[in-house]
Design a binder for this molecule. Structure first.
Ligand code: EPU
Length: 338
């Protein structure tokens, strides 16, 4: 494994931010990873994989480890289920397509999410009524300090909405190398309750959908609303949807009768941040090369040469406006590297 110098990270983050890594190593095996962590001359390290959930706001004065460990294997199976062992560097959507080809069910609603498998647990990726945690069994991760490989159960990972142990107590301490997912081999469970999926299936005249139909519907919806990072740099939803109490929701509803919401429980409501941002007039706006996507205000985009700081300035202005207009603090979902 070679350690390179002064490498542009533009191709390694879906925002397409042209920051430079002082040192850079491509990691294709767990042995490589353990070996590089043992090199005492590089104590500052920065981990990158699919680069789909980060905003880099400056050059990285550290050794960047690009986790690119490949491999999908069946770890366990019976007549009804299969447990897949998937290495961290596998592209998430390629995994989804592979599972659909084998007729394994569970990941269809999570189609076309950018990024790699090893980072999927960090923010518990989710879309269209399904989250990674719904089929997640466990993962292996290297403890950076001791260089030991540790196993985590689903409970250890403490999943929440776009949240996990790896974003909290475990932050910066582990590198996930492998994930384990339990999928169905028959009697697939379909979740088409998310409004857009059922209307998309209807549009396609599909009455009894299979897992591939659901995946195709999700792909069609995402392609309609979300920009392809290969064409327009972005990191998906930039902010999390804020969660408010029923009391706050009722006050907002009194003032804005058309406010959309997801009811989480009796007293808890989630409000789409995209709606709040659109109400503040940002949808489709552009400031230098940083912008707010014209079809989904929750997505910030790089028109080509935006710096991380340009995107961050825009994000701060959006947060300020939403706070002033609605008295709600929206928080980034994307990891901001300062
Ligand atoms: N809306 C607007 N204006 C906008 C965008 C949204 O008014 O510009 C309102 C609409 O009323 C719409 C509602 O917000 O019905 C919800 O929008 P959407 O269905 O696009 O979902 P979201 O809540 O904005 C979340 C996830 C997405 C995920 C979709 C579908 C978060 C932060 N985002 O977005 O995840 O694909 O639901 O499940 O939870 C991602 O994490 O990168 C991501 C794209």
């Amino acid at each position: 494994m070679e350690i390179l110098r002064n490498i542009s990270l533009k191709e390694y983050n879906t925002f397409g931010i042209a920051a430079t890594a002082k040192f850079f190593a491509e990691i294709t095996t767990i042995d490589d990873l353990i070996q590089v962590l043992g090199q005492e001359s590089y104590t500052d390290r920065f981990i990158i994989s699919g680069g789909s959930n980060i905003l880099i706001t400056k050059d990285i004065d550290a050794l960047v480890l690009h986790i690119n460990i490949k491999g999908i294997t069946v770890a366990k199976e019976d007549a009804d289920h299969v447990v897949l062992k998937v290495n961290a560097g596998e592209n998430w959507h390629n995994l989804v397509l592979w599972t659909l080809d084998q007729d394994y069910g569970g990941l269809q609603n999570l189609s076309l999410i950018p990024g790699n498998c090893g980072t999927a647990p960090i923010q518990n990726i989710g879309a269209y009524g399904v989250e990674l945690k719904d089929c997640f069994v466990g993962c292996d991760a290297i403890h950076i300090k001791s260089k030991e490989l540790r196993s985590f159960t689903k409970e250890d990972c403490k999943f929440g909405y776009r949240d996990s142990f790896f974003k909290n107590d475990g932050k910066g301490k582990y590198i996930i190398t492998t994930i384990y997912l339990k999928l169905t081999k028959r009697n697939h469970v379909l979740n088409t309750s998310y409004g857009a999926i059922s209307s998309e299936l209807k549009k396609q005249n599909i009455i009894i959908p299979n897992i591939k139909d659901v995946s195709n519907a999700v792909v069609a919806i995402r392609q309609e609303k979300l920009p392809d990072p290969k064409e327009l740099g972005n990191s998906g939803s930039f902010f999390k949807n804020p969660v408010v109490t029923k009391e706050v929701f009722n006050t907002l509803h009194g003032a804005y009768s058309d406010i959309p919401s997801y009811r989480i429980s009796e007293d808890v409501y989630k409000i789409p941040a995209g709606w709040l941002i659109e109400q503040c007039g940002f949808k489709g706006k552009r400031y230098k090369d940083a912008g707010v996507h014209s079809k989904q205000a929750l997505v910030l985009v790089n028109y080509g040469s935006a710096t991380g700081a340009d995107i961050l300035d825009l994000a701060h202005n959006i947060q300020k406006s939403v706070l002033e207009k609605f008295n709600i603090r929206i928080l980034p979902e994307v990891n901001i590297i300062k």
